[in-house]
Write a protein of this length. Structure first.
Length: 363
């Protein structure tokens, strides 16, 4: 049993084989793109289209979208995965206190609360365990999770503004490559639609056997298959692309669309919605020149997150429970939470005078 476990640990033979297998979907995507290039440029443009002006237009449009697609796809795949800043990782002495307090969630909550207050970590989100009273702690990375971050078991680390792990890019879609991922989907649709529409008339003529009687069956196969593949991928990529545009407009991640973020007063699906314009600017940046180019231009750092919810307060105001023993807690990190009522949402629950005590909630 111990030997099998070591094989799956980092550096083991099974682990290395899994790392190779994970690149197969990426190789498949590149293979499809290489075939599509051959089918469109060689089979359609050079061996089928006879009009020089029409051929030039087809080649220009195809190469424009093809280059942007490859660029955005590579930017998504090879974007560096950034870990949370060092201050979110527990020092050795704090980590030892957490380990020695295993099983005592209340004690762990106080330890993590005290450390977060001393470091002034900008944390608003809470763990789902404990009804919003525990800070989110990753037992694998031994760090407090920044808002909107989650641990990815495939990548083996906590990911800033985690959206989902995508096997087709062999990485996590996250804060640092989300814009590239949207470009990949958008330019993928543009390329597929361009190929679908420009190939349509020749597909119909081939189907009726009304063109190039001397063409081989292999050449006809490329033309017919190109039509079906481009149409199929247009539909599949289109659904995913417009779904993510909806998420951008609402400032949600995929994981947050299934379960709203937990704040100090409960779940709130509108926690980070700053308005459509501001939401899009967070992803694409403030300069329109870079909106359509796969270059990094997103706002912020992925750690400090703007929050629009009235159901939470700045972290510095929600540190230590007033009824907890505080003999070993510095006086400058002891706060009380004032009562606050939401005027704009009648369904909101007033915040009580008890403070939030983060614990060992593992999300």
């Amino acid at each position: 049993m111990g030997c099998a476990r070591k094989c799956f640990e980092e550096g083991g033979c099974c682990y290395r084989c899994l790392q190779i297998v994970r690149w197969l979907p990426v190789l498949f995507v590149f293979s499809i793109l290489a075939w599509a290039y051959y089918a469109y440029v060689i089979q359609l443009c050079f061996l089928t289209v006879e009009n020089a002006i029409e051929r030039s237009f087809y080649l220009f449009g195809f190469h424009l979208f093809f280059v942007l697609l490859i660029w955005s796809y590579c930017a998504t795949v090879f974007a560096k995965l950034h870990k949370p800043p060092s201050q979110f990782f527990l020092p050795v002495e704090i980590l030892n206190d957490v380990k020695n307090s295993a099983g005592d969630d209340k004690r762990i909550a106080q330890i993590l609360q005290r450390y977060a207050a001393q470091e002034k970590l900008p944390i608003r989100m809470r763990s789902y365990d404990g009804g919003g009273q525990f800070l989110r702690y990753c037992p694998k990375c031994h760090c407090l999770k920044p808002d909107r971050s989650h641990h990815c078991s495939m990548c083996g680390q906590c990911i800033l503004k985690f959206d989902h792990h995508c096997p087709w890019v062999n990485t996590c879609v996250n804060y640092h490559n989300y814009k590239f991922f949207l470009h990949f989907l958008g330019y993928g649709i543009a390329l597929c639609l361009f190929g679908f529409l420009t190939d349509m008339q020749y597909f119909i003529r081939f189907w009726k056997n009304d063109i190039h009687e001397g063409r081989t069956d292999v050449g006809k196969f490329h033309m017919l298959f190109l039509f079906f593949v481009s149409g199929m991928f247009s539909l599949s990529l289109g659904g995913l692309f417009f779904y993510h545009l909806y998420l951008v407009a609402r400032n949600r991640t995929t994981i947050e669309s299934f379960r709203p973020p937990m704040l100090s007063a409960g779940e709130d699906k509108h926690a980070f919605n700053m308005g459509i314009r501001a939401n899009f600017r967070q992803v694409f940046g403030p300069r329109p020149l870079f909106w359509f180019l796969p270059v990094y231009s997103s706002e912020g750092d992925g750690v400090t997150v703007d929050c629009s919810s009235y159901q939470t307060l700045p972290f510095e105001m929600t540190c230590i429970l007033p009824d907890e023993p505080t003999a070993d807690v510095p006086a400058d990190v002891i706060f009380t939470k004032p009562s606050m009522h939401t005027a704009t949402d009648s369904s909101s629950t007033p915040l009580s005078n008890s403070n939030i005590s983060p614990g060992s909630g593992m999300v």
